[in-house]
Structures are given as C-alpha cells and as structure tokens.
Design a protein around this ligand. Structure first.
Ligand code: PEP
Ligand code: MG
Length: 571
C-alpha cells in the first residue's frame, strides 16, 4: 500500500529516474533488485546500440568505418549475454559485472595475443566502456520543471539535486516515513508518496500524487484533475501566521523548546523566523558529498562555524557522522546487515582519523562555547567513555589563539533498546539526551525504517515505544538533564501532544513543521496532554492507541484537529 510521506498534491508528467546512483564499485544486490539491475543494463545497452547504429550508418555501407561499428554491434550482443549471466549468478551491479567479464575475457586471451586478436580486444574494451558510459549518463536524466519523478528508490543526494528542477512530486517504490529522503522531501516542501506500484506507469503519463493520503492516479480524467488542482487543497487545513516571539508555551503556561534539525545558517535563519531556538540536530553526514569523499578538517570547521555563528547562545548539537562504510569510498565493503553493522559511532571509533578530524573541527569552531556533540547509535555507556577520551586527547593537543579549546557538552542519541535499558547509567555521564524516535522504532520493533514492505510493522504508537519514551524521560529527570525528541515524531502534529504528555519539553524538527507545531502547543494544556499520555500508555496495541488518540483529539481539540487532518498523521 502506498504511503504519504510528504504533504502536498503533485500533478505532472511522469519522469523515470534510474533506481540508484551509479557507483564505480562492487555492489551486492538483494534478490529482488536483480531484475531492476538487468533493466538498467538493458537501458545502457539500448542507448549504446543506437549510438553504434548511428555511427555505422553515417559511414557508407560496406566501407571500413562502417564495418568497424558493425563488428562492435556483433560484439555487443555476445558480451551483454555474459554480463547478464554475471549479474544473475553473482547478484552484483551492472558496472562491476561489465568490468569483471571484460577483464576475464582479456585475461583468457592473454597479453601476448596475436595482432588481429589485440584489435578485437580494443573493440571489446570500446564496447564495454560505451555501455558503462551510458549507464553513467542515465544518471543525468533531463527533468523538466513540474515533473512527477518516478523511481524505485531515491537517495538523499538525488532529492537535493532534483529539488532544483522544481518537481511536482516524488513517487517511489521503496522508502518509509523516516527515510532520510522522505525527511528531505518534507523539508523542501516536495509532495512524496512511497510504497507505490510503479508497474502501470509509463514515461510521460500524467500522474496525480496525493501526499496527504498516498493515492496515486495514473492518466486521470478531467474531473479528477479539476478536483485535485482546486478542491483537494481546500480540504487540507493550512496553518500559517507564525507566533510572534520565539517562545512556545502551552495554554497553561509551560514552556516547550522548539529547535530545528538543520545543517546551514540559511536553513537556521528560516527556521528562526518560524520560531526555532537553536539547532537540536545537525546531521554532520550531510557535509559528505555524493562522491563519498570526507570533508577535510578545515571544511568541517567552516561548516560548524557557519552554524555556530547563526545560532548564538541558543546552541547547536552537532551529531558525529551517522553513516555506514558504504558511504565512504575505500574504507570497507558493503555489509550484509548495514543497520546493525559497523556504522555511526562504531565506525567513527574504528577509524580514529575520521573521528579525530571531526572532533578537532568541532573544537576549533567552538570558540563561543555554543556547540554540543551528539553521539549517534549509543548502545551503552562505553561509547560515551571512549568518545570523551578522544575529545580530551584532541583538546589537549589543540590550542585556539593560544588558549585551550572550550570543551563541548556531550549528548547521547537514545535510539537503541540497550541504551534505553541503561539510560540511567548513561544519563549520569552526559549533558543531555537526544531521543531519536526514527531509529528507536526501527531497533525496538526490529523493523527496517526504509523498507516499505514492512511499513505496517513500523508502529510509532506501539506500546513498547511509548513505554520506552517514558523510561528515557524518567532517567533524564533523575539525572536532571534535558531530553530533546528529534525524530520525525517530534514534528508531527499527531504525536506532539502525546510526547508532551509523556514529559518531553524539547522538540527538534524540520523547519517546515515549526509553525504548525507551535500553534498546536499554544492551544493545548499540559494537563490534557498528560491525561492523553496516561490513557495511551494503557493501550495494548498500536491500533488501539491510534484510534483512542484520534477520538480524543477530535473530541478535545476539534479546532486544532479539524476533520481530515488526522487522515495522514505520517505526512
Ligand atoms: C532518529 O533516528 O530519530 C534521528 C533523529 O536520526 P536519523 O533520522 O538521522 O537516524
Ligand atoms: Mg537515528
């Protein structure tokens, strides 16, 4: 079933993107991606074939130039058959299969091949390079503004690139509400639907993508077009009119701090105008370009200074790289279970140069003392202890303008079940918690947050999730440290009253969510929120809690949750 993950309606012609960015490295494919990879290969082969056809026909029939390209066309067919076999048998990406088959063929023929064979080898290399080039070019699809982008899966860097073409909507097969691409689409205001059936869509078809309900209409009639272009928008409540000061309080006067998840001074300034106070989560991996090349210490220092200058006393929480080895070229190969693998703080600790460079950059940028470090994927106290050792060693070796650097505060991302169960021990050793609800749900319920096939099991309202949040808040209160909720739950109007009722007083969200969240908070009382949370905590299943919340919201706050608004809490 398709899921709405970013609000809005997009109407426009379908433009297909290749499923993945094209790596120049070996990539193992899950079984269900093999057919997709063969499709990519055929795309490259067909473009290569028509290019060779054109070259052969430019020359007059029968002459030597024409015969060279005719020969290439013959080589193409037999070569492609071998590459297809390789993709299927080894389950690897097309580029790598091309490379392997080419090398093996050349090796078999030997380096001392006779002259005529050497010519053939050159032809073969030419053909292989031609297909690889076409595969690479397929990444640079021409996207007219207003297109509905259709793709099996999209990476965050591609969302950023596509945003420049002002697309009408994004429609993907894979991905979930908390996938980073969905988060970006919401931030950039691009309607997005995932889990969609793409089989019936053809390039150029008019598509309506409803980012409120997840509905996809292929080749709509005139009535549907008129409805979606006009009336559908009118049914969706839109809360603008930002509150005057950057202070958010409930109706009964309890302050709730609203921070933004942002990575640049520009994004912060926009969020500040909407009412944000500081950056609750700076995902530092956003500084890593598509090529995977890590930013240098100077580049990182500049980026951290940019945000530190913008936020002033309100502060910024810079999270160390939350990435797997697949992102960085050359560190290790792709893993079988990436979200349980050598990623995040584990990777940083395993690659001292990576962590030390980042820590030095933070220390150099922290001359105002307004930067905090957030440690992602903390499984227990030991990662915090090790991080502190690296931090102090780096601080000891660094003098800023002749003075020792200011030591940043340290926060732990709480997103792994073992961290919840040891939250009291961790709380005593850190300055604050960041509650990463996106991963918390993933790891607590053992459900891949990026896999739309298990979206039904990704239950933010599972009783275990609510109890976990309650435990984390209790541990933080005992140690007198703040908890910032910074997953997607924190910016969703549907979950905000519940989080507040569970004791959360700091929410960090995407810039686009701030105005609505503030207005909502200003319209509720802590007492009501707590009653709602108490009732929710008695629920036995996510479905039960979900329907009790809908009912209570509708009865208690009909003005804040008008009819229709609760249809799509996830968008
Ligand atoms: C989270 O896990 O909730 C979170 C805020 O971080 P990310 O989405 O980057 O994993
Ligand atoms: Mg996380």
């Amino acid at each position: 079933m398709a899921i709405a993950v970013s609000r809005g309606i997009g109407v426009g012609p379908a433009v297909f993107l290749p499923a993945f960015d094209i790596p120049s490295e070996r990539r193992e494919l899950a079984t269900d991606l093999v057919a997709n990879e063969l499709g990519r290969l055929h795309y490259g082969v067909e473009r290569s074939r028509s290019h060779l056809d054109k070259l052969a026909h430019k020359a007059s029939a029968g002459d030597s130039i024409s015969s060279i390209f005719d020969a290439h066309l013959l080589i193409l067919d037999s070569f492609v058959a071998k590459v297809e076999d390789r993709i299927q048998s080894s389950r690897i990406n097309a580029e790598w299969a091309i490379d392997e088959v080419l090398k093996e063929t050349l090796e078999r023929q030997g380096s001392h091949a006779a002259e005529h064979l050497r010519e053939k080898q050159l032809d073969l290399k030419d053909v292989a390079a031609g297909i690889a080039d076409e595969l690479r070019n397929s990444d640079r699809v021409n996207i007219p503004p207003g297109s509905v982008i259709i793709t099996r899966e999209i990476r965050p860097s591609a969302v950023m690139e596509i945003a420049r073409t002002a697309p009408a909507a994004l429609v993907t097969r894979r991905g979930g509400w908390t996938s980073h691409s969905s988060i970006l689409a919401r931030e950039l205001g691009i309607p997005m639907v995932t889990g969609a059936e793409l089989g019936a869509i053809r390039p150029g078809d008019t598509i309506i993508a409803d980012g409120y309900t997840g509905e996809i209409i292929i080749r709509p009639g005139g009535a549907a077009l008129a409805y979606f272009r006009t009336d559908r928008h009118a049914k969706v409540p839109f809360i603008s009119d930002p509150l005057p000061q950057n202070e958010t309080t409930t109706l009964d006067g309890i302050a709730v701090t609203i921070r933004v998840n942002a990575e640049s001074s520009r994004a912060y300034q926009t969020a500040y105008r909407a009412g944000a106070v500081g950056v609750g989560l700076f995902r530092s991996e956003s500084l890593i370009p598509k090529s995977g090349k890590l930013p240098t210490e100077d580049q990182q220092t500049a980026a951290y200074l940019d945000i530190a200058d913008a936020v002033g006393d309100a502060g910024v929480n810079i999270r160390t790289f939350d990435i797997g080895p697949d992102i960085i070229n050359g560190i290790t190969s792709v893993e079988r279970n990436p979200s349980l693998g050598l990623r995040s703080i584990r990777l940083s600790l395993a690659e001292p140069e990576l962590l030390e460079t980042q820590i030095r950059a933070v220390l150099r940028a922290n001359d105002q003392g307004n930067i905090s470090i957030v440690v992602p994927m903390v499984s227990g106290l030991s990662e915090i202890t090790r991080l502190r050792e690296v931090l102090h060693a780096a601080a000891d070796s660094l003098a800023i303008n002749g003075k020792p650097p200011k030591i940043p505060r340290i926060g732990a991302m709480i997103e792994i079940p073992s961290a919840i169960l040891t939250a009291r021990e961790i709380a005593r050793e850190v300055d604050f918690f960041c509650l990463g609800t996106n991963d918390l749900v993933q790891y607590l319920l053992a459900v891949d947050r990026d896999n739309e096939r298990v979206a039904e099991w990704y239950q933010t309202l599972h009783p275990a999730v609510l109890r976990a949040i309650r435990e984390v808040v209790a541990a933080a209160r005992e140690a007198v440290i703040p908890v910032t909720a910074c997953g997607e739950m924190a910016g969703s109007p549907f979950y905000v009253p519940l989080l507040i009722g569970l004791g959360i007083r700091e929410l960090s969200m995407s810039g686009n969510s701030i105005a609505t969240a503030r207005r909502l908070i200003a319209g509720i009382t802590i007492v009501d929120a707590e009653l709602i949370a108490i009732e929710a905590l008695t629920g036995k299943t996510a479905a039960e809690i979900d329907s009790s919340l809908r009912r209570t919201y509708g009865e208690r706050w009909p003005d804040l949750f008008p009819e229709g608004f609760l249809d799509s809490p996830h968008s």
